[in-house]
Design a protein around this ligand. Structure first.
Ligand code: NDP
Length: 300
């Protein structure tokens, strides 16, 4: 008999409002695994001790959320390809006695898209942490053009510089990256195949907020994605659907990045319907006052 549990967790501050554990625990139960996911509030100054503790106690891995996604990189042994390039980690995986940093945020979007993106032209609205992960992952997947539009010029320029300085030269050769001007609203490159809302506009409780680019400029039948998971049917996606776009919502992205984390940790592929249902139920049950608590600043 072995009465132990395998432990993974979430390191962040705050973590109380992050619902990732709901879907991850549901996945473990469904797989019949004696694993648990522990959300832990960790102040920035305590992060080194927390990572050392995770090593000492044999944690199988942990998610990192705000404010640890960048700082944790200095405490790890190895990195997956995209995490190494962007030096931003949202998922740590134990391999033997090594801690490996991965980033599943952008991969979650690619999985939710569920079609090849190589050669496509993508307009990304926003330049924060989610936009960064998405841009790197799209670049690694071989898109031909990334057009970035952000309200604040500083963050937009920083993301452009990061892509220019960190992507391998072989990858930069086939990729055009540009900043589109902000004139009070986000812009898209005419003829884009895909547009991604990577801002937090529309996140509960600001459900009526949305970026307002000229969606008629997109290629006919373009795909519109939103990172906002709660509510999943955002004002941006409703407008995109009305313009004839296929839409991909942020709940699906969140489920996909969570499923990827579970697979990285335990080597088994979790049930997507089980994870989707657990998360949707958590959001549904948390209404209306508590649903503010279910809305995450930065899940995963
Ligand atoms: P950041 O704070 O790093 O970035 C926020 C972005 O939104 C910035 O580009 C910011 O622009 C923009 N923004 C916010 N409010 C406005 C506004 N009123 N008008 C114009 N632009 C605005 O946050 P993250 O990138 O970490 O998170 C963004 C969203 O992604 C959140 O809703 C989060 O929940 C979601 N997310 C979803 C995931 C998923 O799996 N579905 C995974 C990770 C994140 P500026 O620079 O000008 O301030």
């Amino acid at each position: 008999m072995d009465f132990r549990f395998q432990i993974v967790g979430l390191f962040g501050a705050p973590v109380a409002e992050n619902p990732t554990g709901v879907m991850v625990e549901a996945a473990f139960r469904d797989l019949g695994l004696r694993w648990h996911y522990l959300p832990m509030d960790i102040a920035p100054a305590d992060l080194p001790a927390a990572v050392a503790g995770a090593r000492a106690m044999g944690f199988r891995g942990f998610h990192c959320t705000i404010p640890h996604k960048v700082a944790v990189a200095d405490l790890l042994d190895e990195f997956g390809q995209s995490a190494a390039l962007m030096r931003t980690v949202n998922c740590v995986v134990r391999q033997g006695d090594r801690l490996v940093g991965e980033n599943t945020d952008g991969k979650g979007l690619l999985m939710a898209l569920d079609e090849p993106v190589a050669g496509r032209s993508v307009s990304v609205l926003g330049a924060g942490g989610a936009a960064r992960a998405i841009c790197f992952e799209l670049a690694l997947a071989g898109v031909s053009r990334l057009s970035i539009s952000n309200r604040g010029a500083d963050r937009a320029t920083a993301l452009l510089d990061l892509l220019a300085n960190r992507l391998p030269a072989s990858m930069r050769a086939g990729l055009q990256v540009e900043l589109l001007p902000w004139d009070g609203r986000h812009a898209v490159r005419p003829g884009s195949d895909i547009v991604v809302n990577a801002t937090s506009m529309g996140l509960f409780p600001a459900v009526d907020e949305r970026p307002e680019p000229d969606l008629s400029a997109l290629r006919a039948g373009a795909i519109a994605c939103d990172v906002v998971p709660n509510p999943p049917d955002t004002a941006f996606l409703r407008a995109a659907r009305d313009s004839g776009c296929r839409v991909v919502d942020g709940l699906e992205m969140l489920v996909m990045q969570g499923a990827l984390s579970v697979e990285l940790w335990c080597g088994e592929r979790p049930s997507l319907p089980v994870m989707r249902a657990a998360l949707a139920e958590a959001f549904r049950d948390a209404a209306p006052e508590a649903s503010a608590r279910a809305a995450m600043p930065s899940p995963g």
